[in-house]
Design a protein around this ligand. Structure first.
Ligand code: WTA
Length: 633
């Protein structure tokens, strides 16, 4: 593969990727280890939709992440694991060790009956065993479904049942700063409604000794002792499932996005090496949790397939103090640091002393992901962390895209603060107007779509191809619709302006407003609820809920009820979905056909009630006056 080193390289490669996409991707794929090569690079139809890459090829992704590195890098660190408590020792796991551990865990899964194609739920903290578990599934051709360990029992139940998992991998507990989270307890609660789960393998991290159910629950370490470390890599087809990962939808339950083996491998590797310009021997740190796509693609698969040293951090940025990230950068001489705008904004609030105390001179590249980065945060990050020298690689992408789509290329593309920049080679974005027509001139503003397939795109929603089609390929027939709005300037640079559907991004986590509404109405005093996002200084967006009770709660009881509603949401979805503001109202602004006019609620939540636009189609315009009066500033 050609590494892009200059602006001319970029333009040449980009042109080649559009004019001859199959040759372009075949060249890149040529660098990997295949058990059988493909017969054809691509088949696609965005109307069905159906996309297949590297047809008939056979491979195992772990041979590319592990075995092929052993001749040169057996003793190189693959994973640096930095524990929650800075006083505890970090671990350096070499490629040889990682290979061995993955094979052992793979054998343990086999011993518990896991076969190729089986779905395995992973509900684990940021510990090395979690990385082993994901790769072990891939080793034997099983499909992992990692559920972020901050989700509630109810969310876990839904995900386990939707994917049809019959085994769950977990840990006794998780450390998060000064807190311990009782993961096994949450699993036990979740499994009350998962009749198909027959096996739980539990790693020990916090030593909390939770109750174990005989015949179902096993200690990870005991089981591991029973197996050896030789595990040949199963042959998988290019289009076999590698993993399922759930993401919120604007309606209904979360969607299990399906990613397949070959395209995902090729693309995460290519984008990791290209956008960050990864150099041999560098230490790379992505602060995401492996429970999200960023963790899958850019803690595990991208960096490991590139033979990089990837850092996995168990803790949080605020504990023991706000200098924790910078202490880790200094301790491990991190070269590439990749985090989210919400983290940057909260770090920005802390005294600069926390930054100055640490030697950050090892840093070469900074990255950002998860939501639009505001210009102030971009400047702070660039100046105080990157000392004005490190490019800020603002990567725009999605769970559905599998890898970076629009992103600066470190040191190659000129930067514009708060812009994701230009499409990476192979990516063909377009901007659509209100009428659904492509705007071919720049500057342009509209909805962001992608016109042509790229290797790591999600292939379907697990068990619901119709929903996949409706969500992504029906708004603009023949195009993949991202759900994001954007502007493109006269240099062709894209700036993402945020979601245009009912998804809100809170501290970098996607949440469907419909899902939060449905959780709120589980509270016995609530009859109806409407949720919208509003700008929040740290979280990017906050959650504002308008709640209609069976009776209007008296002023004195409102705070108590708010707390109960928050607890209900935390129990049903997880603490990340708790509303920041709850306003009790006697009714919601609805049209005569019964549709909630969210536009009005959004304006109220934003604190802008001066011009609410046309309200004449409302069933009861008086409701709006009441809502305006009671707005929470
Ligand atoms: C938003 C995270 C602006 C966007 C990888 C997208 C961004 C959604 C950026 C996907 C960025 C992600 N600039 N917006 N650099 N990165 N987004 O699935 O709205 O958790 O559609 O994937 O996050 O979030 P997801």
């Amino acid at each position: 593969m050609k590494i892009i080193q200059s602006l001319t390289d970029y333009h040449n490669e980009y042109r080649r990727s559009v004019e001859q996409p199959e040759i372009f991707w075949a060249d890149i794929a040529g660098d990997f280890v295949w058990k059988t090569k493909w017969s054809k690079v691509l088949e696609w139809d965005f109307h069905k939709p159906e996309v297949k890459w590297f047809i008939d090829a056979k491979l195992n992704i772990t041979e590319n992440c592990l075995d092929r590195h052993l001749p040169q890098r057996a003793n190189q660190t693959a994973i640096i694991w930095e524990p929650n408590n800075p006083r505890d020792e970090a671990r350096h796991i070499t490629y040889a060790e990682l290979h061995r551990e993955v094979c052992r865990v793979a054998n343990m899964l086999k011993a518990h009956g896991v076969k190729k194609g089986d779905r395995v739920c992973i509900y684990m903290p940021m510990i090395p065993e979690t990385a082993y578990a994901m790769l072990a599934c891939a080793r034997i051709g099983a499909v992992h479904s990692v559920v972020f360990a901050g989700f509630s029992a109810g969310s876990l139940t839904d995900r386990i049942n939707d994917a049809g998992c019959n085994i769950v991998l977990t840990a006794d507990g998780a450390y998060r700063g000064d807190k311990i989270i009782n993961l096994k307890g949450i699993v036990d609660e979740a499994l009350q409604k998962c009749p198909d789960v027959k096996t739980v393998l539990m790693a020990e991290r916090t030593g909390t000794k939770p109750p174990m159910q005989a015949g179902r629950d096993y200690y990870w370490n005991d089981e591991l002792k029973k197996v050896n470390e030789i595990c040949p890599a199963e042959e998988t087809d290019a289009e076999d499932l590698l993993f399922i990962l759930y993401t919120s939808g604007s309606t209904g339950k979360p969607k299990g996005m399906v990613h397949t083996c070959a395209g995902y491998m090729v693309y995460t590797n290519y984008t990791f090496r290209t956008a960050f310009q990864y150099r041999e021997g560098e230490v790379y740190w992505c602060t995401a949790d492996v429970g999200w796509i960023t963790g899958h693609s850019y803690i595990i698969y991208g960096p490991l397939s590139a033979g990089a040293t990837t850092l996995m951090f168990e803790g949080v940025p605020s504990w023991p103090d706000w200098g924790r990230f910078w202490q880790v950068v200094e301790r491990h001489r991190v070269n590439i640091f990749y985090t989210a705008p919400t983290a940057i904004r909260s770090l920005q609030q802390a005294p600069l002393e926390f930054v100055r105390r640490h030697d950050l001179s090892s840093l070469r590249v900074l990255g950002s992901v998860g939501e639009p980065i505001n210009e102030e945060a971009w400047q702070w990050y660039h100046k105080n962390i990157g000392k004005g020298k490190c490019p800020v690689v603002d990567t725009w992408w999605q769970t559905e895209t599998g890898g970076f789509m629009i992103s600066p290329i470190s040191d190659v593309l000129p930067l514009k603060p708060a812009h994701a920049g230009l499409p990476l080679p192979g990516v063909q974005p377009a901007v659509m107007d209100e009428q659904g027509k492509e705007i071919t001139t720049s500057p342009a503003e509209g909805r962001l779509v992608i016109k042509y397939p790229w290797p790591s795109m999600a292939r379907t929603i697990y068990g619901n191809h119709q929903r996949f089609k409706e969500t992504y390929f029906s708004t603009f027939p023949g195009y993949y619709f991202t759900g994001d709005g954007c502007r493109r300037d006269s240099d062709g640079y894209y700036r993402i302006t945020g979601r245009v559907d009912d998804i809100i991004i809170v501290s970098g986590h996607n949440l469907g407003t419909a899902e939060i509404e449905s959780a709120i109405t589980e509270h016995s005093s609530v009859c109806e609820a409407a949720v919208v996002g509003y700008p929040h200084d740290i979280k990017g967006q906050g959650i504002y809920a308008f709640v209609v009770g069976y009776t209007m709660p008296p002023e004195l009881e409102q705070e108590k009820l708010r707390q109960e509603i928050r607890d209900t949401v935390a129990r049903i979805i997880g603490p990340i979905a708790k509303p920041d503001k709850i306003q009790f109202v006697s009714g919601l602004p609805k049209t005569r056909s019964g549709k909630i006019m969210r536009r009005i609620l959004r304006k109220v939540a934003e604190g802008d009630t001066s011009n609410l636009g046309d309200t004449t189609t409302l069933l009861d315009p008086n409701v709006v006056e009441e809502i305006k009066r009671g707005a929470i500033g």
